[in-house]
Ligand binder design. Structure first.
Ligand code: XMP
Length: 517
């Protein structure tokens, strides 16, 4: 049995913004975890054989008529359960305790005091107050029979519960959030003291297991991979290369919408450093002609996706006897595309590929589809992929095309490439790049008046954007010191011909998306 199956924590998602974070924290502690909806079938549940179950938080109230239920076969399975926030209230409700509306809601920081020793709080000092992260308007007001109160918070008398006989635990606060003191210790206690998990989810094990799975699946067949130059597809290439070396061919299509030096960097990293077979196709002319006069963001994405796939198909057909198509799908793609509380997982078509090649009859291989981005990065590091590439901010599949507002021309792309290059170079020089989740420059199709020396000029405006985010679903604006913004702006206007003015975008997401288109 693989280490995944023998040692699994099942996370039931009730719609909390922190569900993925719970899964990541469990994995960081060394145990494989997966996220499923509360409609998981008995059959699927039995097959998973989890060592423990974590019920996430969620926006609903257990007293509402729309309550997200959980079947008794899970709650009474005898497998240890940890309910977090809504999860704890659901446990209380199911086992006939009482949940009521809190007169004082708690959102944000609170303090928690342990009032009773428990395996969940193993090695935590009972005397100290823990800073914890809360996000609730309901509270447990009466314990179910068999349960005991483990601690209280500023406004909630019952903020942690347990039934040690049935191994059911509940926390009103969020141990998965870094603002909670000893959150990782509490999760560790649950995994190792209560569920008796083994620490098997390590980078080395993940790599070995993935390579073994690839070999079993591919055997002596041939694989192609559409390489985007980003971390996911590069890690997939490196894993496949390690597993089946010469049976892999990567195809990299230069759409003309890449960043400055990107095409050369991809070639250098893949062919020279990693020694992987790479075919590079210069398709800039085709993309520019297909995109001519197109201004709608969705139309741009569609045209790029379709053009990409047609070129990929044509090139792949030139190679003989290919049976598999590899993709860099990662776990958040799968979780996010399976709608909340739906009964099945729907896999999102890959951004960069824009759909599978038609009429090619290729089987899919997705070696990193159960991994989170941070795990992919760790694997990349271990496989000696250059750190510059591993820590690179995300870049959309359609590339600079969705960062040029309005129609696309090669002159505009050139301007944007230069602006982006200066912006990113300065962020790196000033040690800001790794503190920002995504930084980007946008070309605006408006002209503005300026003076350069004694000359009046009338040129384009560019916008800079830098955001901080955990999951890219919401984001806040990164604060860049004014003196650095000033330097960036001066460099752009002085060094990039065609730009007269630089603006900085201070819109968070929501309401603004990260990309402008
Ligand atoms: P938004 O703009 O939706 O972006 O807030 C969230 C994240 O997704 C990236 N993004 C894309 N990635 N193809 C991609 O591969 C796309 O069409 C696309 N649109 C947005 C964006 O860069 C950010 O990281």
């Amino acid at each position: 049995m693989s280490n995944k199956e023998s040692n699994l924590i099942l996370i039931i998602d009730f719609g909390s913004q922190y569900t993925q974070l719970i899964a990541r924290r469990v994995r960081e502690s060394g145990v494989y975890s997966i996220v499923k909806s509360n409609y998981i079938s008995k059959n699927e549940f039995s097959k998973l054989k989890p060592k423990g179950i974590i019920l996430s938080g969620g926006p609903e109230s257990v007293s509402s008529t729309k309550i997200h239920k959980l079947s008794g076969f899970i709650l009474e399975s005898g497998i240890p359960i940890l309910g977090i926030c809504y999860g704890m209230q659901l446990i209380t409700h199911y086992f006939k305790g009482k949940v009521s509306l809190s007169t004082k809601k708690e959102f944000g920081h609170s303090t928690f005091k342990i009032t009773k020793s428990s395996k969940l709080f193993n090695s935590l000092n009972k005397k100290i107050k823990l800073k914890v992260w809360m996000s609730h308007s309901d509270k447990v007001s009466k314990l179910p029979v068999g349960f005991e109160n483990l601690g209280s918070s500023d406004n909630t008398k019952i903020a942690a519960i347990s039934d040690p006989i049935r191994k059911i635990y509940g926390l009103q606060f969020h141990p998965e959030v870094t603002h909670t003191d000893f959150g990782a210790q509490i999760i560790n206690n649950y995994l190792y003291k209560i569920c008796n998990c083994k620490k098997t989810w390590t980078t080395k094990n993940i790599i070995n297991e993935t390579i073994e799975n690839i070999r079993n699946k591919i055997k002596d067949k041939k694989v192609i991979l559409a390489l985007s130059g980003g971390v996911d597809s590069t890690v997939v290439a490196a894993l496949l290369h390690k597993a089946i070396s010469k049976q892999l061919t990567c195809i990299f299509i230069d759409t003309g919408m890449m960043r400055k030096y990107e095409v050369d960097e991809v070639k250098k990293n893949i062919s020279q450093k990693l020694k992987i077979k790479l075919i590079t196709i210069d398709a800039c002319k085709i993309f520019f002609s297909k995109l001519k006069n197109i201004t709608s963001p969705e139309k741009k994405r569609k045209v790029i996706g379709e053009t990409f796939i047609r070129i990929f198909e044509k090139e792949a057909k030139k190679l003989k006897d290919i049976q598999f198509l590899a993709q860099g799908t990662i776990y958040p793609d799968i979780i996010e595309s399976s709608s909340k509380n739906s009964k099945s997982d729907v896999i999102k078509s890959h951004h960069n590929v824009g759909g599978l090649p038609k009429n090619m009859n290729l089987k899919l291989v997705e070696p990193i589809k159960s991994l989170f981005k941070d795990e992919v990065r760790k694997i990349g590091k271990s496989l000696k992929i250059p750190m510059g590439l591993i820590n690179r901010h995300p870049f959309p599949g359609p590339g600079l095309a969705v960062r040029i507002i309005g129609d696309i021309t090669s002159d505009k792309v050139k301007i944007l490439q230069e602006v982006d290059h200066i912006f990113i170079e300065e962020l790196k020089k000033n040690n800001l790049y790794n503190k920002i989740s995504q930084a980007l420059a946008v070309f605006l199709p408006i002209k503005s008046v300026g003076v350069m020396g004694d000359q009046r000029q009338y040129n384009y405006v560019v916008a800079l954007r830098a955001v901080k985010t955990v999951d890219f679903m919401t984001a806040s604006v990164s604060e860049i010191p004014y003196n650095i913004l000033n330097k960036i702006s001066t460099r752009i206007v002085n060094e990039v011909e065609g730009v007269a003015r630089v603006v900085f975008d201070i819109t968070s997401k929501p309401p603004g998306t990260i990309e402008w288109e």
